[in-house]
Design a protein around this ligand. Structure first.
Ligand SMILES: [Zn+2]
Length: 254
């Protein structure tokens, strides 16, 4: 299949294997945004500098990767700002100007309070639609803070809203996703639909359920794809990206 366009986002960067994954993507000319966890950045600063020099964008994924709805507002702000400063430093070291500031919440938890009623039904949806928010005041205060720091929603093209139940996907400052690879369930004992197994995770790529968060075989929409830089799924990471390449996906630049 050709003609499918995707935006690739990699979360929880950097792991021990980050450099290897960076080389893998770079060799194949695959652009991506790396959403970085601040507390892990110092151990891999040189690799992150190299990523920036190679044209990759470093996004902010908070400092400690906590649930924002469970943190005090002041902690949420500090977490965003601290990571923002570390990213600034990496860009300065790289000699590349930081022109795009993107943020993604850990667990897509925008900082309101989560409504767990929909828990049972959520597995078929992209992770970005798992939470329903009630505390609008808190949520909006964090959005406002992101805006003050210069963060913005990227201009993403071709995303067809008719396939999304959550119509607010592109309205916030933060970056969400439309296809969740869910490889983080690998080897866990709480995975839905047998997703603890590699075969089930890879099979997700072949499914054609565009109204259920699996639209990679549907040409009517571009997808924002989410994969993670986790050490326990490094081998799987290569298989997943390799499969995207085999399928002829066009990887769009943010
Ligand atoms: Zn994450």
């Amino acid at each position: 299949m050709t003609g499918k366009k995707v935006y690739l986002t990699i979360d929880d960067v950097p792991s021990r294997d980050f450099r290897e994954k960076l080389d893998f993507l770079y060799k194949r000319n695959i652009p991506a945004v790396f959403f970085c966890v601040g507390k892990d950045m110092e151990n891999h600063e040189e690799d992150l500098v190299e990523a920036v020099r190679r044209g990759y964008i470093l996004g902010n994924h908070s400092y400690e990767h906590g649930y924002f709805s469970e943190m005090q507002l002041v902690e949420c702000r500090a977490s965003i700002q601290r990571t923002d400063e570390i990213i600034d430093r990496v860009y300065r070291k790289s000699g590349i100007e930081r022109t795009k500031k993107f943020f993604r919440f850990p667990y897509f938890d925008q900082g309101g309070s989560a409504d767990s009623k929909s828990y049972e039904a959520r597995w078929s949806r992209p992770q970005s639609e798992w939470f329903v928010y009630e505390r609008e005041d808190r949520r909006l205060a964090i959005q406002e803070f992101l805006k003050e720091l210069g963060y913005s929603q990227p201009r993403l093209e071709g995303i067809n809203m008719k396939f999304l139940t959550d119509k607010t996907l592109l309205e916030g400052i933060d970056v969400r996703c439309t296809f969740d690879q869910m490889e983080y369930f690998f080897g866990t004992d709480y995975a839905p639909y047998g997703m603890d197994k590699e075969a089930a995770i890879l099979a997700r790529i072949e499914e054609d359920v565009p109204y259920g968060g699996r639209a990679l075989n549907c040409l009517e929409t571009t997808d924002i794809v989410l994969v993670h830089d986790h050490e326990n799924t490094t081998e799987l990471f290569y298989k997943i990206i390799g499969r995207y390449v085999e399928k002829g996906f066009e990887f769009l630049r943010f």
